[in-house]
Design a protein around this ligand. Sequence first.
Ligand code: AMP
Ligand code: MG
Length: 404
Amino acid sequence: MRLSVAEARQRVLELGRSRRLPDESIGLEAAFGRVLAADVVAPHDQPPFANSAMDGFALRGSDLPAEGERRFRLAGQVFAGAASAPDCGEGECVRITTGAPLPRGTDTVVVKENVRLDGDTVVVGAGEAAGANVRPSGEDYRSGEIALHGGDRLTAARLGVLASLGGAAANVVRVPRVALFVTGDELVPPSQPLGFGQIHDSNRYSLGALLRQAGVEPGIVAHLRDDPDELRAALRDAGECCDLILSSGGVSAGEADFLPGLVAELGRVHFWKVRMKPGMPLLCGEIGRALVFSLPGNPVSTIATFLAFVRPALDALQGVTEPPRRWRARLAAPLIKRHDRAEFLRASLESGDDGTLRATPLRKQGSGMLRGVAEADALIFVPEDVHELQAGHVVDVLPLPGLS
Ligand code: AMP
Ligand code: MG
């Protein structure tokens, strides 16, 4: 039985989660894009001390004049990073810079543009608010609070949180070790001239880029001929050292399509063929300790099946808990689907002045035509049971990586 896209995706997520990779500790410089292995609890308040949000003068809010002006004696100064801060008594103020600790006794900062200096006296007018321009300690994170969650991917800002809480290293999940095989006797590298019946191998580069975008640098990259012995040896070796084997081509039911038989022989097939277009021949299995994704060789099928299944598998292997973000757009034109499979249609996306994201299906939709994806911003997902949609209908879209 061929699985639906939803069934296949569920299966992939279960397989990935059940093979969640081990933790490792890495320096913060290398942690961008990695997935946290466990919750991070704030070991101290952030900010660690009450400090000034502006350059100005720290004073007691209760000293502020309700009307007219009041003169404050300048008791000293405290700059960010100073070893200590002067005390501040009633009727006094302290010159302060942004990020400097509030002197004992003060609770308010008046910005420097709002005061007048008169020798050692600072003149403050009415209208200033008590407690203004102060960042209380623990305003951002309280000591003991969960600041980041296991399964969170470290974005630039989350990395900043980790550093601000004094995390010298990040406890993350190991990145999957991946083998990338492009298969086909007709393939030659882009650098070689084409002989009779040959084409340049493009999937190696598209898949390599998609992997890299997902934070994975494949450890093995090879072109394999449509030869069962060559394929068998490469698959078996990769099954011993990799967490995931990704192949393109040779997975349909043609004379030279050896992948399904070999995966069954060397390991196990979890499912073969998904009710989708393009990408129907997709196979998911395992060999040794590696999860196997054999993607169809058609360049568009390759990209669509990677985005729909391999990317979620890479996330699941790393324990990502955030569900993939759901993007929705309104169809800018009607569409008709003349088959019963789900379809991933190439589309351009436009964010209109009214704040609506609009998706326009592109004309070139052949699964062998790279132009269709090259000119697209996203894939529109059309469910199995939907055959016709009017303009304005809201659809799910899968943004193509690398555009933003
Ligand atoms: P296959 O899945 O092996 O039946 O291949 C389907 C189509 O994709 C054929 O036209 C292949 O020539 C083409 N193809 C397979 N692998 C690649 C590749 N790495 N780069 C570009 N086209 C490919
Ligand atoms: Mg082939």
